[in-house]
Ligand binder design. Structure first.
Ligand code: MN
Ligand code: MN
Length: 471
């Protein structure tokens, strides 16, 4: 029974018929494990792929090699460069009639190592970083950081490196000035307090050798290189063909006396990614083919061969049409894309009680008030965003209301204060209908983002309803 409450300010915690607390807490405990274990796009792809393969998904390449035609209920997986994953569940209708797609991104702001990162200064060895995504740089100093990533040696051997996550493991940190000597620093604008070239983190302080006078004749950098050689068989030049990144160390966690929130790094947008993954895993024999897309590079504009602007998605869909329909011309692919319905599953900016004036109160997403739909994103006069058609939003409302989904409608914030975009515009370029629809978060792009457990669970119900009932 849906209570006769106004749509605005429905609170998930007060509607146990719509979401039981046991289910909320159990779902989010699994989510906290995922968030703690997967801190790069590669780690997310590995996690999703492993569970998908265990649950009946078959790589598209395997089907192509065998020339096997996927039929209703078949589960197909596409791994693109280990940074993008697409999961398909084949429906009863032909793919040309369109698919139901939920797209999220699995990249997050972080500190990437520069191609030549290692140097020595003041008797300390440090790694230089180049930050990735939109950050407030001052939030990333004086906190424990872990190192994640891969190194490809010149012989092609791949090293997978994670340092700083296990209890008792060593961590890293970017140093910052003490307040006592920060008079000049504190007078700077917040955007200039920490310069981009000041985001270097300490990796060692023990020099390699001493001479008789106790002075170092070989430096700390040499000692670190020796350590890398011993531990990983790595040469200095190997950094050139590496993707190593520093991210906040440690596990995601419950927040609040009532444990109603999840706190952790990377919830933009791994929260929507995890939820849509769980949703598509539940889908069996749908009417329309369902797809979950997990993409990279959203935080830097969806560029590159693993961003949503790359052709990987249409290529995968074309392969699938060719397998199911026998041939695939541009016309079939065009029909499939333009007949499709999409949710751009990305986080919304919840109103912050410490800064309530950044939002128009009538259009402010609130923690606990359910999944948030945003008709459009963008900057100033809506530039750089996708604006969903009214007709499409009405259909989504119908699906959500029919499944007792608690949802809210919001905008990114006050019109003149800034703005942002999602992958919605790139999905919209295919001609398909697309709506931004995700979980509100606080502390977005910081090392410790917050989301409401009730909204997370409600998003899982919402994406599942979309897959099942969107026609
Ligand atoms: Mn995002
Ligand atoms: Mn973001």
């Amino acid at each position: 029974m849906v209570k006769n409450l106004s749509r605005k300010n429905r609170n998930c915690w007060l509607e146990p018929e719509a979401c039981s607390r046991d289910e909320i807490f159990s779902f989010c405990s699994d989510y906290i494990d995922f968030l703690s274990e997967c801190k790069t796009e590669r780690e997310c792809v590995e996690y999703i792929q492993e569970l998908a393969l265990e649950n009946g998904f078959v790589p598209l390449d395997t089907l192509i090699k065998k020339g096997r035609k996927p039929v209703k209920g078949d589960r197909v997986l596409v791994n693109h460069r280990d940074k993008v994953m697409i999961l398909f569940v084949i429906g009863e209708e032909g793919i040309e009639k369109g698919i139901n797609l939920v797209g999220s991104h699995i990249d997050t702001p972080r500190m990437d190592l520069k191609p030549s990162p290692l140097y020595e200064e003041q008797g300390m060895a440090l790694f230089k970083t180049h930050y990735y995504g939109g950050i407030k740089k001052y939030q990333w100093t004086a906190i424990p950081l872990a190192l994640h990533g891969i190194v490809i040696k010149s012989n092609g051997e791949k090293l997978e490196i994670v340092v700083g996550e296990d209890p008792g493991d060593t961590v890293f940190t970017i140093t910052d000035l003490l307040p006592h000597l920060a008079k000049e620093q504190m007078e700077k604008k917040a955007s200039e307090v920490i310069p981009g070239e000041g985001l270097n983190f300490v990796v060692g302080t023990i020099p390699r050798e001493y001479n008789e006078d106790g002075k170092s004749i070989k430096g700390v950098k040499d000692a670190v290189l020796e350590l890398l050689k011993d531990r990983y068989g790595m040469e200095e030049e190997d950094f050139i063909s590496a993707e190593l990144t520093a991210v906040p160390a440690g596990r995601a966690t419950d927040v609040g006396l009532d444990r109603s929130l999840v706190g952790g790094y990377g919830q933009d947008d791994r929260v929507c990614a995890y939820v849509s993954f769980r949703s598509i895993m539940d889908i069996r024999e749908p009417k329309k083919t369902c797809a979950a897309v997990f993409v990279d590079k959203e935080e830097v504009g969806s560029m590159g061969n693993t961003g949503m602007q790359s052709a990987f998605f249409e290529n995968a869909l074309a392969e699938l049409i060719a397998l199911t329909g026998g041939n695939c011309g541009d016309l079939q692919l065009g029909r499939a894309l333009s007949n499709s319905c999409a949710l751009s599953a990305d986080v919304a900016a919840a109103v912050d009680p410490n800064y309530p004036d950044t939002h128009d109160k009538e259009n402010a997403p609130r923690l606990g008030n359910g999944i948030c739909i945003e008709k459009y994103t963008g900057h100033r006069g809506k530039s750089g965003g996708s604006d969903a058609n009214a007709e499409y939003i009405a259909r989504i409302r119908q699906v959500f209301n029919g499944s007792n989904i608690i949802w809210q409608s919001g905008e990114l914030g006050k019109v003149d204060l800034g703005g942002g975009g999602t992958i919605a515009q790139f999905l919209a370029n295919y001609g398909m209908d697309v709506l931004d629809c995700g979980i509100p978060v606080l502390n977005m792009h910081s090392p410790f983002e917050l989301a409401s457990k009730a909204d997370i669970y409600m998003a899982y119900k919402a994406y599942t309803a979309f897959y099942r009932y969107m026609e």
